[in-house]
Design a protein around this ligand. Sequence first.
Ligand code: AGP
Length: 607
Amino acid sequence: MCGIVGAVSHRDVVADLVEGLRRLEYRGYDSAGVAILNDGNIQNRRAVGKVAKLADLIKEQPLTGTTGVAHTRWATHGVPAERNAHPHRSGEDVVVVHNGIIENHAELRDSLKADGYTFQSETDTEVIAHLLARHLKSGLSLEASVKAAREELVGAYGMAAISPHEPDVMVVARAGSPLVIGIADDEHLIASDVFALLPITQRFIFLEEGDVAVLSRKTIAIFDSENNAVVRDEKFSEVSAENTEKGHYEHYMLKEIYEQPAVIAETLEGRIYKGRLLEESFGHTATELFDKTKNIHIIACGTSYHAGLVAKYWLEEIGIPCHVEVASEYRYRQVVVPEGTLFISVSQSGETADTLAALRAGKGAKYLGCLTVCNVPESSLVRESDVAVMTRAGKEIGVASTKAFTTQLVALRLITIALARRQGMNQDQEKALVEELHALPRQVEVVLELADEIKAMAASFADKQNALFLGRGTFYPIAMEGALKLKEISYIHAEAYAAGELKHGPLALVDEIMPVVCALPDDPLLEKVLSNLQEVRARGGELFLFSDKKVKIPLDKYQDLKLDDICPSTAPIVYSIPLQLLSYFVALEKGTDVDQPRNLAKSVTVE
Ligand code: AGP
């Protein structure tokens, strides 16, 4: 979950390394640092807090150099403190940056201490630096040292090492954490994510599991886990640096909320046409898998898990049994896989450690095949799955997922339609469902126009300590997602309940100061939900509702926002938007860090 950047170049790279960190800050923002090789020495600057703090420090104490590595940290081993900030060095021999977790760090630390190495930090990363130094001292090159260390390190890592003994070389390794090489004129760069390097290049090589790469300004040599020299294809990224800026929006999250009509349309592009699902767009393998699918297991984390829960309602409605589970539980238990089961992972980043581990476990089980719904084409999940249905949300930078969620729902809806065909859905029924998807971008646009009213609602929310979100059917996972958004960015304790569960316990929490948020679409469960809301009102609970224009609300007191003409099959997607905006405006009122909320990181690449 940390971000790493590095460069070997003919020019001073410090400013680009810091800019790369700024662009990777979504991965972690407890502390940041840069190390540069300069005249046979290692020079570094490290600062606690965001990358801006590091940039200030470099202004006060400038650095220059043509070979360097940099890091932005999400603390795992050791508190956020300068001594624990990367890069970590071993004297004047070597300096490293690392993303991931070294599981056998304690025993390596003991063995290195016994050899006289002293540790400055509590991090697992510092053992890598000393391990490399021990190999360098035994006469190995930096390349051979990294390869030797690869045999000793247990755990997940993406790492980069540089040494004053070989000032024009950088050696990187990938095992479980993403690492990409950027190719530019007379220089090579590395990063945890292409995003860091987009202002410099759009030409990339994605390292594979177990790879070690040796980079100089002009050359790249890659070795696989068996130490065979290999060639990895160069890819051109379609994403440009400009597309990933905040523009006139105050926060990335707000920009991403407003991008939803466009990215939903993009996710539908080429996949529906004249009331038909264009199933060929999923590819031949997908069609073959769908033909054999009798059951589905959906595995994901966080917001992506909520998307999976919505899909469960959709899939079981067409008669396909569906089990949905968080990846961190799934990966460590015995799972029964009925014959004809398709494994589906859902992930924005495609790099979430638990989801990736679940996929790998799934590949060893008797599934028909593994499909991923993912937003990052170059990600590990996409590369390791049999089929990828891409959400086309574009880069999502705000830690709180918004457009990735709604496009995941769109992709899952398309998959549901493909499977419904096999369950006997006729052409008219298909046409109706496809038309509802087609209408979706415009419906989302209309809801976005209600932002000012939602902002006004949020004003009476900001002083709350707790909140309950209620829903039934597909609106139960939407309530879960609404509660997650609120707690994530406003730090208000929020819980979601299936509305029918209220009287089985949580009703005890309801009093005059408890806000209760609920979506009220015009669906067959409406009366049931209204009865649950009566129960809330009878205890004085304060209601914040988002309801269909047709719905009459027989309650004495509530705040309500009316939504118009929402189609039944896509209603969960549309009703997510006001909940996102509510959380955003509450966070704004509270003055929290919307895009980078405390203790979190965008891409959870550690367990
Ligand atoms: C959502 O707002 C979160 N920040 C988080 O729950 C996220 O959805 C989760 O970590 C899964 O990430 P992924 O979709 O990239 O796998």
